[in-house]
Design a protein around this ligand. Structure first.
Ligand code: BGC
Length: 765
């Protein structure tokens, strides 16, 4: 077995990092200054020297904006009860580094003026916000956008969001959320890119590049924040905020890489996660925040707590009071406190008592000042604050067109028996049924602070705009989202009977996913399932159009419908984007970024699971093999699955050699054909499996993917190249390692499809 170290980061991995797992609070307290201190320009270093301890603590204190009015305030109970005028006063006194989720350029203007005119040191405020999937123009939820398998699309929508946000005075977005999410019960999977490490890394990097651009001083760019560090998505039972207890290897193999990708792409802030990690809450976990982030990865941005994350150390049972919580979080490497007010309240006395070294305080302040400097705020504190620009840059036609494009490229077609889709624009009576058939609700989806459903296009509007004769479309709700509607099923059955085809728009409401929205059953809510059963019994063909923020376990008439589309929450242009796919303006090109299991009880189900010693072979379930009583250990619709309106055939695989030399490369060529009559796009996926290794490896792992366009009748060769750096895993010593031996490969349309397969040997050095 040979060890092979590839990345710059891995090169810097020392013994200290590998043995420091499970840092204790005492260890955290003993810790002093990390090596990754920011070096400030002279004038800022002089500024730092002039600051009082209180002013330093102020630079580490971020509060929810107290400015009233608008949707953002419903998310932010006013900052610790402060009124806007009180908050202005705190800013003047240097007790605030900035605010988040405020309302626009006018608020920012008033606050920045107060600081620049009246504060002692005139350190510009930073304005932050949760701009997760668009601002006023809302793009598909990140999970939906990940389904596009187009990082470039994610870069473009992040850039567009940055353009709108920065016009409204925002310098810093709390995005991207890069948590790998493998348990569909957990509601926050909707904010990320799903279950896969490679797709997660690509999307993380693309979004950071879109938000930050090449030059952070540009008034169209905003600072990105990779969150939530770390392993927030691995919460036990899929319960938000819950305990995480996983191996260091899983962290390094699965949960860390998207953070590394975000930092490599330039992200300069990181948010600590709410969860504890094997006994030590992330907010006070010096192994995570200092050893890994700063020392090992040489990150020189700053770490912000999540909302009251430092305060929550008390509820975790890790700190006994506010003062201790402050000390533990701060000394572990959490540079900035969000919303608790703990740092401004307790850091000065902790420093005075010698319990927190001034050097640690200076280190954290340097990091924050450095980022404000990189954002260009010291040169022009008003560079992103211009109410005129705010009005003109929002919801432009180009932005809305991008939202529509991103929307249709996020829709996954799971099934299309008998080519029921696409629908013709004329000649068919269409019954649009379900709680999401019409109405401006549940369109923009969870974690959207600024966009509104009232500005978004609903399904009925989109469908009516797509057909030639609007009178051919009827709309019937049939059921409420989570409860029956009196007479709803009867009306829906009548509508279905009178139609040639039903579009059944069912699934989850906005509130069923997102923060704190864990579900014990990942099914279509009961009342809607009953609606689907009744409509299916009419015999009219049904197209299921799912609205969802997670993988669902489809049952009964929903599962058995001839056509199923997964449409997530598509944002501002929701209805038009859906109609583009329903009526064939474009073939569906998205693929599942999360596996849809057969049943909730499989959670956490993900394709890259291990084999076990008793895998159940394909075919019938066999006694004493790894499967459930009723279901196999696989997905109904696995990661990567998705159909198009073309008819795609994986024809031929050519593997250049059956040996990959240690320092060489192996070329693979697959021929993919579109035998159908419509243009299509296919996401060709390359998976590997390391047949025998010193650490057991997943049954399959995605190593590359290509989205290709195929005209009717067209065949194309898709080329991949593998080198040994594609075969790395975290070895027994926690270093990235690769071992010679047999590797299986698949070039396939999903993680569980046979596709084209072969194997090769990685030869020893
Ligand atoms: C969420 C973060 C978010 C923060 C600020 C928290 O509840 O976990 O993702 O950025 O609030 O709004």
């Amino acid at each position: 077995m040979q060890d092979f170290t590839v990345s710059r980061r891995a090169l810097m991995m020392g013994a200290a990092a590998t043995t420091a797992w499970l840092a204790s609070p005492w260890r955290a307290m003993a810790q002093t200054v990390s090596q990754a201190s920011a070096v400030l320009p002279d004038r800022l270093e002089r500024l730092l020297q002039m600051m009082t301890t209180e002013e330093k603590a102020g630079q580490l204190t971020l509060m929810a904006a107290a400015w009233s009015g608008g949707a953002a305030t419903t998310l932010n109970p006013a900052g610790n009860g402060a009124s806007f005028s009180e908050q202005l006063e705190q800013a003047r006194q240097g007790r605030l580094t900035g605010v988040f989720n405020g309302n626009g350029a006018e608020m920012a203007r008033q606050m920045q003026i107060a600081v620049m005119r009246d504060s002692r040191l005139k350190i510009p405020l930073i304005f932050a916000a949760d701009v997760i999937h668009g601002m006023r123009t809302v793009f598909p939820v990140p999970l939906g956008e990940a389904a596009s398998f187009e990082p470039e699309l994610a870069r473009r929508t992040a850039r567009a969001a940055a353009i709108e946000a920065s016009a409204a005075g925002i310098d810093w977005t709390f995005a991207p959320m890069v948590d790998i999410a493998r348990d569909a019960r957990w509601g926050r999977g909707v904010e990320g890119s799903g279950e896969d490490v490679l797709l997660g890394c690509d999307m993380a990097a693309a979004r950071v590049k879109g938000f930050q651009g090449a030059d952070l001083t540009d008034q169209r760019h905003v600072l990105a924040c990779a969150k939530h560090f770390a392993a927030y998505g691995a919460a036990e039972g899929g319960l938000d905020y819950n305990t995480v207890d996983i191996s260091e290897r899983s962290l390094r193999d699965v949960y860390f890489p998207p953070f590394e990708a975000a930092l490599d792409a330039g992200a300069l802030s990181v948010m600590a996660s709410f969860n504890e990690l094997s006994g030590v809450p992330a907010t006070a976990n010096s192994w995570l925040l200092d050893d890994v982030l700063h020392k090992e990865w040489q990150f020189n941005g700053f770490v912000v707590s999540d909302y009251t994350g430092d305060e929550e150390l008390i509820a975790h049972g890790f700190a006994s009071d506010a003062r201790e919580a402050t000390k533990l979080a701060f000394m572990a490497g959490c540079d900035m406190s969000m919303q608790s007010g703990y740092y401004i309240a307790h850091l000065p006395s902790l420093v005075a008592a010698g319990e927190v070294p001034m050097a640690r305080l200076d280190e954290a302040v340097r990091r924050v000042l450095m980022i404000k400097h990189k954002l260009g705020l010291f040169d022009d504190p008003f560079r992103r604050i211009d109410p005129k620009r705010e009005a003109s840059r929002i919801r432009t036609p180009a932005m809305l067109e991008l939202a529509r494009e991103a929307g249709r490229r996020s829709i996954v077609m799971l099934k299309n028996d008998g080519d029921l889709l696409p629908l013709p624009r004329t000649g068919k009576k269409i019954a649009l049924i379900g709680p999401f058939a019409s109405g401006q609700h549940d369109l923009v989806g969870p974690w959207n602070v600024y966009g509104t459903d009232a500005d978004a296009v609903d399904l009925a509007t989109g469908v009516r705009a797509a057909v030639k004769d609007e009178s051919a479309v009827t709309v019937t709700l049939g059921s409420d989202i989570d409860a029956p509607l009196p007479g709803g099923i009867e009306a829906a059955v009548a509508a279905a009977k009178a139609a040639d085809v039903v579009i059944l728009a069912i699934g989850e409401s906005t509130n069923m996913s997102g923060e704190a929205q864990s579900r014990t059953s990942i099914t279509v809510p009961e009342s809607q399932q009953a609606l689907a059963e009744a409509v299916a019994a009419t015999g009219t063909p049904i197209i299921i159009l799912l609205k969802n923020g997670r993988a669902l376990a489809l049952q009964g008439a929903v599962r058995d419908a001839p056509a199923i589309l997964v449409s997530w929450f598509l944002g501002s242009e929701s209805g038009h984007a859906s109609a583009d796919i329903l009526f064939g303006a474009e073939s569906p090109s998205a693929r599942l970024p999360v596996s849809f299991p057969y049943a909730t009880g499989q959670a956490p189900y993900y394709y890259a699971h291990k084999s076990t010693g008793r895998p159940n072979p394909d075919g019938p379930l066999t006694e004493y093999k790894a499967h459930y009583r009723k279901y196999p250990n696989s997905a109904l619709y696995p990661f990567g699955h998705g159909l198009t309106y073309g008819d795609i055939d994986y024809v031929d695989l050519h593997i250049e050699s059956d040996r990959l030399p240690w320092d060489g490369a192996l070329n693979l060529r697959a021929t993919i054909s579109n035998r159908g009559a419509r243009a299509a796009e296919e996401v060709v996926q390359l998976y590997i499996h390391d047949a025998a290794a010193s650490i057991t490896q997943p049954v399959r792992e995605l190593k590359a993917y290509r989205k290709i366009a195929l005209k009717p009748g067209e065949s194309r060769d898709v080329l991949f190249q593998l080198t040994r750096s594609d075969l790395l895993f975290i070895g027994q010593d926690m270093q990235r390692t690769v071992e010679p031996g047999l590797f299986r490969i698949w070039i396939a349309p999903s993680a569980e499809a046979d596709g084209l397969s072969g194997s090769f040997m990685l030869m020893p050095q």
